[in-house]
Design a protein around this ligand. Structure first.
Ligand SMILES: Cc1cc2nc3c(=O)[nH]c(=O)nc-3n(C[C@H](O)[C@H](O)[C@H](O)COP(=O)(O)OP(=O)(O)OC[C@H]3O[C@@H](n4cnc5c(N)ncnc54)[C@H](O)[C@@H]3O)c2cc1C
Length: 415
């Protein structure tokens, strides 16, 4: 008894020390400082520093060219793989680091800080790889996961169709059994990494009479006869990210290409969506943090009316609102990251984070552009990119209206 009391006092002193030794973002010099936030420790800080340098040197200087090309070079993926920036959560036996979600969170936050949305790393590492890790057969995992970790292969996920996005149950792509094979017909649209992908997880109906409960998942590989990639789509933002349409024309795949159980695809999607929504939320807050810091720096330097813009009360009040809103979002997302690392994040909490933090992101980006005046409308300024790139965040990963629907259901019909 005495021993357990002593132990619990020691743990409490240790955790107090941990809390005291790391600043909360609101107390830090900058919201983007390394070494803050008590969900991280010094090992995370080293990884963050390396990741920040990598985006600054390997991505930022070339991003403008890649925006014109509408894609990033394949070598960037293998370079990222060599640095251990891809698919960290994949278990060690399949080549990954077997980490919890905090290391990938550092990668997607640092990508947001860099303002370079080109490489679709989060889709590849933290959406596609987990599906294969959690639902793949031993053969699928051994063959595919090491290639996703190294960046030799690029992964994509095909759920949305031209006539079915939010209404997932209404997808028209079908997979019909034929002996030892399935024959897949249909199409997908808005697919991140769709142009570059080597493997895409495709949702298709294996039972057309059961709505979402008749959906199965298939691993479709580049080069399969009947798998056709459409043109890269011309988007408002995220110009360097390859987003495209995919077509399946009498695509014959062996039954071993199915991922998970027949007709259970929707359940897998439901299990995986909280992580997708958390990462979108976290990228949203990270973008808001970057925009706040860029705006603070700009108004503190910009001369106007015999002083600086920051001397004006309207400007300092705007910064006060931006900082307060952003640190509130950060506190909630950090709580969600901690819960998720502990396997305790609930789907409705992930939906709350996704909806609130992406709305926050677009609001802060708008204020940031306004504070920069005409320069904020110029592409060479990061706030301009944050502004256009933020717009999609409240649409994909489940539109924010759908998030409210899910949160509402969890309130009125708690399980
Ligand atoms: C850049 C980009 C990348 C994407 N990447 C991928 C990807 O990699 N893989 C993939 O599968 N998909 C991807 N998507 C698709 C994205 O997930 C869908 O666009 C999104 O789910 C919305 O579907 P929709 O476009 O069909 O809009 P709709 O479902 O037609 O919705 C239109 C509007 O109606 C609202 N609405 C719809 N239903 C309801 C309802 N029941 N209650 C209230 N409001 C409702 C929506 O909230 C929205 O505001 C991407 C989209 C974009 C733009």
């Amino acid at each position: 008894m005495m021993q357990s009391v002593r132990l619990s006092k020691m743990v409490s002193r240790l955790s107090q020390k941990r809390l005291m030794s790391r600043l909360a973002p609101a107390q830090a010099g900058k919201l983007t400082d390394i070494g803050i936030r008590d969900i991280f420790d010094s090992d995370h800080d080293m990884f963050r520093e390396m990741t920040r340098n990598w985006f600054e040197t390997e991505v930022k200087p070339f991003h403008g060219e890649w925006e014109k090309a509408g894609e990033v070079p394949r070598e960037l993926w293998t370079k990222a793989g060599e640095m251990g920036l891809l698919s960290n959560m994949v278990p060690e036996e399949y080549g990954g680091l077997g980490t919890d979600c905090k290391y990938p969170a550092i990668v997607w936050e640092e990508q947001s800080y860099s303002g370079c949305t080109g490489p679709g790393f989060a889709m590849h590492s933290d959406i596609v790889a987990p599906y294969i890790t959690n639902y793949g057969t031993e053969e699928q995992k051994q063959r595919m996961l090491p290639k996703l970790v190294s960046g030799e292969w690029i992964g994509a996920l095909g759920m949305t169709e031209p006539s079915a996005g939010s209404d997932f149950a209404n997808i028209k792509t079908v997979a019909v059994e034929d002996g030892d094979d399935y024959i897949i017909n249909g199409s997908k649209v808005f697919i991140t990494n769709g142009w570059l992908c080597d493997v895409v997880i495709v949702c298709a109906k294996t039972d057309t009479g059961k709505g979402a409960h008749g959906v199965s998942l298939f691993l479709i590989e580049d080069g399969m006869k009947g798998f056709i990639k459409g043109n890269k789509l011309n988007k408002m933002g995220m110009k360097a990210q390859d987003t495209c349409e995919l077509f399946f024309e009498d695509l014959r795949v062996p039954k071993s290409a199915m991922l998970g159980q027949k007709d259970k695809g929707f359940y897998a999607v439901m299990q995986e969506l909280p992580q997708e929504r958390l990462l979108i939320a976290d990228m949203g807050v990270a973008s808001a943090e970057a925009v706040f810091e860029a705006s603070r720096e700009y108004v503190c330097e910009r001369k106007a009316f015999k002083g600086k813009l920051s001397d004006l009360q309207t400007v300092s009040h705007k910064l006060a609102e931006m900082k307060t809103d952003t640190v509130v979002g950060r506190a909630f997302v950090d709580q969600c990251i901690e819960l998720h690392a502990d396997h305790k994040l609930k789907s409705d909490q992930a939906s709350m984070a996704k909806y609130w933090c992406t709305d926050l992101q677009t609001k802060i980006a708008d204020h940031g552009v306004q504070l920069h005046g005409g320069w904020g409308y110029m592409w060479e300024y990061d706030v301009c990119k944050h502004y256009v790139d933020s717009r999609v965040q409240s649409i994909y990963g489940g539109a924010n209206e759908i998030m409210k629907e899910l949160i509402g259901r969890s309130i009125t019909n708690p399980r």
